[in-house]
Design a protein around this ligand. Sequence first.
Ligand code: FES
Length: 108
Amino acid sequence: MISGSPLYRPYEGLVEISILGKSFQVPEKNTCLRAFQFVAPESIPYGRFCWNQECQLCRIGYTMEMGPKPAVHPVLACKILVAHGMKIVELSNELKLSLGPILKNRRL
Ligand code: FES
């Protein structure tokens, strides 16, 4: 599959990430914020996001590790690219607001 949408950077497949413990398939080679838009197309575009690393409203914390105390890396979702196995464990309030309905209705 190759994306034809101008919203996303070209991608050939999906990668699995988790957001607060819930799994999603999202386009590879795209930022986390675009991945969030992929799973929540009705709400992310209406968030107050600048999309260019200025507003800081897209802050997340992620880990690639397993175990009881994994290192959490604070980053901007509009800057970092998704990676298979990425676990997003912290969301800014703006992201919680935008992703809330998706996370609430999703099975673990
Ligand atoms: S969306 Fe503004 S800093 Fe990421």
